[in-house]
Design a protein around this ligand. Structure first.
Ligand SMILES: [Zn+2]
Length: 169
């Protein structure tokens, strides 16, 4: 067996070990992932790379991490990535972390666009300036060796400041 296939089977085994240890059922899908906290179930793409490995740990994080209780969507997404990073047992590449960074950024962008359109209900809230979500974004950007866009972290502005001028792109 090659070193690369050893690595992939180590990652796959680790996902199943963790899932079993936490009593989480694993189902498969072609791509992407989902998690059901109450029924302790995840649906993940087959683990064939660092990206699908970290993605699988992310979905497990949604089920088992204490940070998933309460909190808002962006915070829960960030917490699930933090759990994935804390539990990863295989060395990962910057490209893998960049993928996680992009996933988390996509929620942020969605939230910012909604805020700019004045939509506040039924959407993802932009994290408060002191939210842990910013720290996870920072960490993933660092590990991914990309510069986090400077204006991604908003200054501490009053909630009623109106249009979020810190996001002009
Ligand atoms: Zn997620």
């Amino acid at each position: 067996m090659s070193a690369a296939s050893d690595r992939v089977s180590a990652m796959r085994d680790h996902v199943y070990e963790l899932a079993a240890a936490h009593g989480v059922a694993v189902e498969h899908r072609r791509a992407g992932g989902r998690a059901w906290r109450r029924s302790r179930r995840i649906s993940i793409a087959p683990v064939r790379s660092g990206i699908t490995y970290l993605g699988a740990l992310h979905e497990l994080g949604h089920v088992v991490s204490d940070g998933q209780r309460g909190g808002r969507r962006m915070e829960r997404e960030a917490d699930a990535w933090r759990w994935a990073l804390d539990n990863a047992a295989v060395e990962l590449t910057p490209a893998t972390y960049r993928n996680a960074y992009r996933c988390l950024c996509s929620y942020l962008h969605y939230a910012v666009r909604a805020r700019l359109r004045g939509v506040t209900r039924g959407t993802i809230a932009v994290p408060e300036p002191d939210s842990d979500a910013w720290d996870v974004l920072d960490l993933l950007a660092q590990l991914g060796e990309v510069a986090m866009v400077e204006h991604a972290r908003p200054p501490a502005v009053p909630r009623r400041a109106g249009r979020a001028v810190w996001w002009s792109a």
